[in-house]
Ligand binder design. Structure first.
Ligand SMILES: *Cc1c(COP(=O)(O)O)cnc(C)c1O
Length: 386
């Protein structure tokens, strides 16, 4: 086999085919390269409009945006924040930065986000907030979560880093919680290189986030700081890229949905082996990542599968390790069987707007072949070991 003939397919890639270079050149030529400048307002305006809320506040990444949202919403020392264990590490870290304690909940087996039916049992007198994470682009079932939050007087925050463009009952992710945080890292649906944002319908909360984002400077007295704030500002250059990306947000989301459609067609006959992404009747999936899970009886070693794919030039990634398995948040428990199983059995296939139909066929062909060869290896009698 000629390994050199393989193409290289990355798991994620930005698509910068709008006004990105034009707007960045404008920053350079006008010298507005720092965190003041017109693109900040333009990007914030486009995000707010897209998410159907009055306010968007941009920051320098999706971890600081989540931290800012939690701090501004009043999460502090001793508070508990309920969140899914199956998420990116930033979800838990943002709570820890507030000296609050993450309280983990297992995920729902069909769409992998927090299981609303398991939230109530995690509530204690210290619970301050529910932090939902629409994982890989599938929205969370927010109505039962809001109902629980109302009954217990809790704040609802969304770590929507992966789900811009997703819809819940026809409403945009970004408008479903007290505040929703987005990431614009290079692998996300739209990117600013590094960047983040919070959307909210609450004007006071938005004002508080703007205040804390810029070192909590007194608006009427420059260089006077009545509180400990942060420098979480986005640069005008990043916002220029973001403005160009946001102008074409519908296209960026549609491209991913098209890629997902191709995956569904290619993998339709393999559903007794792989669980393909599921969409709830109330959901429009934005497919940040196309995620497949091996059926438990069909499992091979996930990391071996990823390694074989890489040998064919295909980059993939494991479903997140549940956060409660990491040293800082370790729980022996066994209390999160769904998350542990999904992580062990799941991978994200390449999902981005530059993939062609042919790329998707290539990925599927190799994903199936790699799985088959590992399966054959598994069933070999162990006596052959040399
Ligand atoms: C990407 C991501 C973030 C934020 O990441 P940054 O790299 O800081 O922008 C937060 N939460 C989740 C679930 C993410 O996927």
């Amino acid at each position: 086999m000629n390994q050199r003939m393989h193409r290289q397919i990355r798991v994620a890639e930005p698509v910068l085919d709008g006004n990105e270079s034009l707007y960045v050149m404008d920053c350079l030529e006008s010298t507005w390269i720092s965190s003041r400048g017109s693109y900040i307002d333009r990007f914030e305006g486009l995000l707010a409009e897209y998410c159907q809320v009055p306010n968007a506040v941009v920051t320098n990444n999706g971890t600081t945006s989540l931290h800012l949202a939690l701090v501004a919403a009043g999460v502090g020392p001793g508070d508990e924040v309920i969140m899914p264990t199956l998420s990116y590490i930033a979800t838990a870290n943002a709570a820890r930065y507030c000296q609050a304690t993450p309280v983990f909940v297992d995920c729902e087996p069909n769409y992998l986000s927090i299981d609303p039916g398991k939230i109530e049992q995690a509530i204690t007198p210290r619970t301050k907030a529910i932090l939902s994470v629409p994982l890989y682009g599938h929205p969370v079932d927010m109505d039962p979560i809001q109902e629980i939050a109302d009954r217990h007087g809790l704040i609802v925050i969304e770590d929507a880093a992966e789900a811009i463009g997703a819809l819940y009952k026809g409403r945009r992710v970004g408008s479903l919680a007290d505040a929703s945080s987005f990431s614009f890292f290079g692998n996300k649906t739209i990117t600013t290189g590094e960047g983040g944002a919070i959307t909210t319908a609450d004007d006071q909360l938005a004002a508080r986030m703007r205040f804390l984002r810029g070192q909590a400077v007194d608006p009427n007295k420059n260089y006077w700081h009545p509180e400990v704030g942060f420098n979480y500002r986005m640069t005008n250059i990043a916002a220029a890229i973001g403005t160009a990306q946001a102008e074409r947000l519908d296209i960026h989301v549609q491209r991913r949905q098209q890629v997902a459609q191709w995956y569904f067609e290619e993998l339709a006959d393999y559903q007794d082996i792989f669980q393909l992404p599921w969409s709830a009747p109330w959901a429009t999936h934005s497919y940040w990542m196309f995620t497949i899970l091996m059926r438990p009886k069909m499992a091979v070693v996930r990391d071996e599968w990823i390694r074989l794919l890489a040998e064919s030039g295909i980059e993939s990634r494991p479903v997140f390790y549940p956060i409660h398995t990491m040293p800082m948040y370790f729980e022996r428990s066994g209390g999160y069987p769904v998350a542990e199983q999904c992580s062990k059995l799941g991978i994200n296939l390449p999902t981005h707007g530059k993939l062609t139909r042919d790329d998707v066929s290539y990925v599927c062909k190799h994903a199936i072949a790699a799985w088959e060869s590992l399966r054959r290896g598994q069933s070999k009698p162990l006596t052959r070991a040399a």
